[in-house]
Design a protein. Structure first.
Length: 337
């Protein structure tokens, strides 16, 4: 799998850090229910459980010089930003007798833990988009609080929010993210294993609510992860997509064209696609509409390709990933003040 700079996907890190394959299998399970992990790059924190980065906020313009005249010196402007990891944990417990009868205890325990892992995955997926550490200090800072208004000022994040003309409270968003070491990436605490760990706590006695006791095998799952946006220009949010209009996007010229035009605009807001790994992210509603448009051949830019035996919708060669964590009932994103 290709890497950008010194950033790796969670699967890359798991393969490097866990030679017995245990964490690798867990990450594979997570990726199946949260496809954003197939693209998202990760970097080890440089400040304990946080990642401190310097963000460039202004560039020197240069000065046209005449012969025999000098120019004034200039400098770029920067700001330091610190993003922290959130700690997500859960325990799974399986009846000892049931696991012992399976014949392969390790595989059985992992299969029984899938519900716990999927729940963690949904929680983390939601936090990647909607987590707001200013409101809940335990959570990570997601994308939506960073891109929460649209505007025309090219020096602010609001410039990378496209208003898709929706109204009311039945809106959703489509995101374009270019993952890379210098653009946007996930973080995990310094010294930890790929941001996710599993510990077998062995056999323990569990007391049930009626006072009876049961021997169980207990496992602890811990996922420490954060998100840092090193260059805000490499994330674009198409906000205020009207969900009710998308219900007929396969046949409706307005709804289909509005969505496609917004995706074209999003691509042109990215300074350089070669800076990382680009991907679109949307929920099932938007994904269905795009699939219908592709099947109806409404636009040549939208195609369905087979990748590893699975049909993948691509827009101008950029994959469109379906992420259930993106809501169908987002509040209206307003213009920047």
């Amino acid at each position: 799998m290709a890497t950008i700079g010194t950033a790796f996907t969670l699967q890359d890190l798991a393969r490097r850090q866990d030679p017995n394959g245990k964490i690798d299998k867990i990450v594979e399970l997570l990726s199946k229910t949260n496809p954003i992990l197939d693209d998202m790059m990760f970097v080890e924190g440089n400040d304990g459980s946080s990642y401190k980065t310097t963000v460039r906020t202004g560039l020197p313009a240069g000065t046209w010089r005449k012969l025999n005249y000098g120019v004034q010196s200039e400098k770029s402007t920067t700001a330091q930003v610190t993003d922290a990891c959130g700690m997500l944990e859960t325990y799974s417990e399986v009846d000892k007798a049931l696991a012992d009868m399976s014949g392969e205890k390790g595989s059985f325990l992992l299969s029984e833990a899938q519900a716990f892992l999927e729940g963690m995955n949904q929680t983390m997926g939601t936090a990647l988009f909607y987590g707001d550490s200013t409101q809940n200090k335990e959570q990570i800072m997601g994308l939506a609080p960073r891109y929460n208004a649209y505007g025309s000022d090219k020096t602010k994040t609001s410039y990378n929010v496209i208003h898709a003309s929706g109204a009311g409270d039945d809106n959703t968003s489509l995101w374009l993210v270019v993952w890379g070491y210098g653009t946007v990436h996930g973080i995990y605490p310094k010294g930890s294993k790929a941001g996710i760990s599993q510990k077998d706590l062995g056999e323990v006695t569990k007391t049930l609510t009626d006072g009876s006791m049961l021997q169980v095998y207990r496992s602890h799952y811990k996922w420490d992860m954060g998100l840092t946006v090193r260059d805000w220009r490499y994330v674009v949010r198409i906000a205020n997509i009207d969900v009710s209009e998308l219900a007929s996007a396969g046949e409706s010229t307005y709804a289909g064209n509005n969505l496609i035009n917004s995706m074209v605009k999003a691509i042109h807001k990215i300074p350089n696609m070669r800076m990382g790994r680009p991907a679109f992210y949307c929920n099932r509603t938007v994904s269905t509409a795009l699939d219908l448009l592709a099947n109806n051949r409404s636009t040549l830019a939208l195609k369905v390709e087979e990748v590893d035996g699975q049909p993948i919708v691509k827009f101008r060669g950029i994959p469109v990933r379906e992420v259930d964590a993106i809501l169908d009932a987002e509040t209206l994103v307003s213009a920047a003040g």
